[in-house]
Design a protein around this ligand. Structure first.
Ligand code: G6P
Length: 613
């Protein structure tokens, strides 16, 4: 996910608008920054790896001036963060500049064609190809806009792009497909941007651009077209007027896109992040390579911290069920517990959303030094983990700002489930058609998570706000999801929540249970024997809530002290069960936190990325 902005003005310097826009967009991407300004007869381009503040001061951006320009904050998807990969990108002539948010899926074939046609591509990005494509179409077009439209029609994937052409100094071209894009309408200027916060300091009149639309802005007009199968259709000015909205939000509210907290925004984003993880990885040869290493390795070690460790637990379970390989889970900071036994021929699956967690990196370095191969699973391209791994699987969940991991947990599970299936294929445990039918089911996970989120948001809070303590119990898969559920309740709701295997709870924890003690069960289809454990708790007066899917029957009658919450799933498939179950607990933790007056985005004593021992 990146942030883009393009501005053109009649008689005012646009650099302050771009600088402010970059600051507002930084939450969308924070590994590189850049801008392009049309100045005199050409383009002035400044770009570098790093954050917005250092960029603005290093390049003395306030001293630049111009009437038309672009800005970009990057969150790497194609090519690691570097000065050359930072946007804007240009064509060979250096007269066209482009900024882009999204992923061009046919970049490989476009690159081959462009190189054959003599274009010199200097970065590893998919974005640069678009500048060359426009240049390539120019000789066959009667106008720059026509070349732009022809280039855009050759793109597959997602994009929000803004383009300037030094030969048309008062115009910003734009196009949108599956990546957000808005136009801000000003007095004597117009702005194109990824989202509303980038332009709220300058204007509150907004036009939302829809998929398949493209056009241009000048300081005084907006021209919009829709790209249809029948060709380009112009959107009438009167229809544009009807689409203009006046935004009342504050800048802070707008970055959260109307959600009061990033945590809620990220929980609700899960259908999109899971889909992106699935689509971005399912055909990626890297996954097949990692799978062949997993299958052929001697020992399989799975490590990580916090939520990432919890996703690793589910991976190990799936590995044992599907390709029937035993793996060993180790909390990253405790790697020494197994270090001596690890060596050549072993594989380490290191999971880290940020790719920067100190403990995880230390574990990776120690295992690597002993000859193990490393498969890193991370959300951040160019992170330390991605650099230190032999093979990297990217989660592609988009930036996560809330300290508590939510959408990256489900994306981790998705990427690791894909790895599980390809490992089974590699080992011949599943044949291709069996894998394909499981993949088909996984491709619908985003719809399952969407239904669970909707149901959980509408559900009343069940855990009394006065509770100081609760158990979250499960068996099989449920016991693993319970680990993450308890972590969310602890870190966000500030309630002591202990997860325990339900069967094991009678060997100690049950001693604390008395009348009214809240006990949650996460009941999964692999462990119907959890019924007995529910009865044990009920018999001791516990206030029981069973969370399960609707795909199987549990022989427990709901009553005053036993509530049963069914999440929609529809079919009995163990690989899909985390998606309907975890959102309930993410939302429960969130709701309790807000009801208690806490800020769920900033839980006390915690940090998003822990870079200390
Ligand atoms: C911190 C965060 C957690 C996260 C853990 C591991 O504790 O608060 O949300 O799960 O670090 O982070 P990583 O980036 O390695 O997944």
């Amino acid at each position: 996910m990146c942030g883009i902005i393009g501005v053109c003005a009649l008689n005012r310097n646009i650099t302050p608008m771009i600088s402010l826009g970059l600051r507002r967009l930084e939450y969308r991407g924070y590994d590189s920054v850049g801008l392009a300004i049309i100045s005199g007869d050409g383009l002035v381009i400044r770009k570098a790896k790093g954050d917005v503040d250092s960029f603005l001061s290093r390049f003395k951006v306030e001293e630049l001036s111009g009437l038309t320009g672009l800005g970009h904050t990057r969150w790497a998807t194609h090519g690691p963060p570097s000065d050359v990969n930072a946007h804007p990108h240009t064509d060979c002539s250096g007269r066209i500049a482009i900024v882009h948010n999204g992923v061009i899926r046919n970049w490989n074939s476009l690159k081959r064609v462009l190189e054959l046609r003599g274009h010199r591509i200097v970065s590893e990005t998919d974005t640069e190809l678009i500048a060359h494509l426009i240049e390539d179409e120019t000789p066959f077009s009667s106008s720059f806009f026509e070349a732009f439209v022809r280039a855009v029609s050759r793109l597959e994937g997602s994009y929000a792009i803004a383009v300037v052409n030094a030969d048309e100094p008062n115009r910003v071209y734009f196009a949108r497909m599956k990546s957000p894009l808005v136009v801000g309408l000003g007095d004597g200027f117009n702005i194109v941007a990824s989202d509303i916060p980038a332009l709220l300091d300058s204007t509150r009149r907004i036009l939302l651009i829809e998929d398949g639309e493209l056009g241009w802005v000048t300081p005084t007009e907006v021209k919009l077209f829709k790209l249809t199968e029948l060709g380009l259709v112009s959107v009438e000015d009167k229809d544009l007027e009807l689409r203009v909205r006046v935004v009342e939000w504050s800048v802070e509210e707008a970055s959260k896109q109307g959600y009061p907290y990033f945590m809620l925004k990220e929980i609700v984003e899960q259908p999109y992040s899971i889909k992106s993880t699935y689509e971005g990885n399912v055909e990626d040869p890297t996954l097949r390579l990692a799978a062949s290493l997993v299958w052929s390795s001697r020992n399989i070690i799975v490590t990580g911290a916090g939520t990432s460790y919890h996703a690793g637990l589910i991976f190990s379970y799936y590995l044992s069920r599907i390709p029937r390989r035993i793996s060993h889970n180790i909390i990253a900071s405790e790697y020494k517990l197994v270090e001596e036994a690890v060596g050549e021929g072993d594989i380490v699956i290191a999971i880290s959303q940020s790719g920067e967690t100190y403990d995880t990196l230390e574990a990776v370095r120690a295992f690597k030094a002993r000859g193990a191969r490393i498969v890193g699973v991370t959300n951040v391209i160019g992170s330390a983990l991605s650099r230190e791994s032999d093979i990297v699987i990217y989660m592609r969940a988009g930036p996560e700002i809330g300290v508590a991991a939510t959408k990256t947990y489900t994306s981790q599970i998705m990427s690791l489930t894909l790895l599980t299936l390809f490992t089974a294929l590699e080992g011949g445990v599943l044949d291709y058609s069996e894998v394909r039918s499981k993949l088909e089911k996984l491709s619908g996970a985003h719809e399952i998570v969407a239904r669970a989120i909707e149901k959980s948001l509408n559900h009343e809070i069940d855990l009394s706000l006065e509770s100081k303590s609760t158990y979250i119990l499960g068996r099989g898969l449920g016991s693993l999801i319970a680990r993450e559920a308890a972590l969310k309740i602890k870190e966000i709701a500030y309630i002591h929540a202990e997860s325990y295997p339900a069967g094991e709870s009678k060997h100690g924890p049950i001693a604390l249970v008395e009348k009214g003690f809240p006990v949650y069960f996460i009941a999964t289809s692999d462990s119907p024997e959890i019924e007995g454990n529910v009865m044990e708790m009920k018999a001791r007066g516990a206030r029981v809530v069973v969370v399960k899917t609707d795909s199987w029957n549990l022989d427990v009658e709901p009553e005053d002290t036993v509530k049963i919450i069914e999440m929609p799933l529809g079919e009995n498939e163990i690989l899909l069960e985390p998606y309907p179950l975890i959102p309930y607990f993410q939302i429960l933790a969130y709701k309790i936190s807000v009801a208690k007056g806490h800020n769920p985005d900033k839980p006390r004593n915690l940090a998003k990325t822990v870079t200390v021992e």
